[in-house]
Design a protein around this ligand. Structure first.
Ligand SMILES: [Zn+2]
Length: 439
């Protein structure tokens, strides 16, 4: 392996030398040239959100011409500092949201953390976040900018060199707030784990963007940009997490699209099938058909979805996957909860499962979601007296044998929510932890 890598490095080097020798201009453009940046092969498909809730799409450069040059390796005080602004437990049992500030100077980092906390409050007030908010940790990563504010605010001509290069008027659309993807990754890498990245820009002007797939090597699935001082823009992150966490498709129609003629798509909230056909085939959201949905109306098959005007149907008339500021519909809510449980657990404990418990020990488990049912089992047999008790003493487990012996103690938690009814998804609603006990 070492040899072949060495060979390819040599070849790459030779190619570069050859290109320079024949006078071919290097493809790398100066970072301050927006036109060259627009020609980058790493252009991104983003979503644009109007203040009235309408959503559309645009293609934008991955780079920003307004990223501040690093000051010769001398980091500003506090740059890259990581603070936990919402702490619900260890990262392995939680979903980790990473919020990165842009356009905040060294003396404005407290303001950044306040803005980030406020935007998280807006996001987590929406269902199913409100019920499941304790499954999340929120980290604030400080990116110190030399200048306060972001480009394009208040005027299109306003230029501010900032850590992430945030700019309004991206693709000539005033409310489209773009960032430099590479700069975002540099800061996101500083948090212990990123399941979701939200860039908080130092502005009160309405705007934002949804980057669906940035193919970040860090493994998170999308970036939402929001205006730190604008309550409505937090909803942009809610829609984007519909894609990243819920694996949901858009339910809006993009301008100028032909009817859909493709195969049945994979996403849970769009289908080529009619309501009758879903019922017959027991397909897609047939279990929810006719039920009253939190976003209004009954679940059915509404024409136009996945950006197509026809050929694809959506579950309800107007959910958050169609318009900003709305609720998820029933199939969407189910997919979101399943997505939460893919990365977070309904049961955790500060006592590692590798701990060997003895007769005098106590054990506490955390059930982050209200309504979760808990059962305790000793060697496979339920200790019914301990049902739903979060803290137990090993001595509560009943009489011991004549000699101390090793036993298996198991806690099983189940979230009995009626919001998840697909049998393929319900196993994730149950989690267990096992300790070994000597008593
Ligand atoms: Zn979308």
């Amino acid at each position: 392996m070492r040899n072949s890598r060495f060979t390819s490095v040599l070849l790459a080097g030779a190619t570069t030398v050859a290109a320079l020798a024949v006078g071919v201009a290097p493809a790398v453009a100066a970072p301050s040239d927006p036109v060259a940046a627009a020609a980058s092969p790493r252009d991104q498909d983003v979503e644009v959100f109007a203040e009235d809730g309408a959503i559309s799409r645009a293609r934008v450069p991955a780079a920003s011409p307004f990223v501040a040059e690093p000051s010769m390796g001398v980091a500003a005080a506090g740059d890259g500092a990581v603070t936990k602004i919402v702490n619900n437990g260890s990262t392995d049992s939680k979903l980790d949201v990473v919020m990165i500030g842009d356009g905040y100077t060294a003396s404005e980092q407290d303001k950044f953390r306040k803005d980030a906390a406020a935007r998280w409050k807006d996001i987590s007030a929406v269902q199913p976040y409100a019920t499941y908010r304790k499954l999340f940790n929120v980290w604030a990563v400080s990116a110190v900018s030399a200048q306060s504010g972001v480009s394009g605010d208040p005027q299109q001509s306003t230029v501010r060199k900032t850590a992430l290069g945030s700019r309004f008027w991206c693709n000539s659309i005033e409310r489209l707030l773009c960032v430099d993807i590479k700069a975002v990754d540099t800061y996101a890498a500083k948090a212990p784990q990123a399941d979701l990245v939200i860039v908080v820009a130092n502005t009160a002007k309405y705007g934002g963007a949804g980057y669906g797939s940035t193919q970040s090597p860090l493994g998170y699935e999308g970036i939402a940009t929001v205006a730190g001082g604008n309550g409505a823009s937090g909803q942009i992150a809610v829609h984007e997490t519909g894609h990243s966490l819920g694996k949901l498709a858009d339910e809006y129609v993009a301008e100028g699209q032909e009817p859909y003629r493709g195969a049945e798509p994979a996403q849970a909230n769009i289908t080529t099938l009619s309501a009758d056909r879903m019922r017959q085939d027991k397909a897609k959201w047939y279990r929810w058909l006719g039920k009253s949905s939190p976003d209004g109306g009954a679940v059915g098959a509404y024409q136009g979805a996945g950006n197509y005007p026809s050929g694809l149907n959506r579950p309800t008339d107007n959910s958050v996957m169609r318009s900003l500021g709305r609720e998820f519909n029933l199939p969407g809510r189910e997919a979101m909860i399943a997505g939460f449980y893919r990365r977070a657990s309904t049961l955790s404990s500060a006592t590692p499962v590798t701990t060997r418990l003895t007769a005098t020990d106590h054990l506490t488990v955390d059930l982050p979601v209200s309504g979760t049912k808990l059962r305790w089992y000793l060697d496979g047999k339920e200790v019914t007296a301990l049902r739903d008790r979060r803290t137990i003493a090993v001595s509560d487990l009943g009489p011991t044998g004549p000699k101390p012996a090793a036993h298996e103690l198991k806690a099983v938690a189940n979230d009995p929510t009626s919001a998840v009814i697909d049998p393929a998804l319900t196993p994730a609603l149950t989690r267990s932890l096992v300790w070994s006990v000597t008593r």
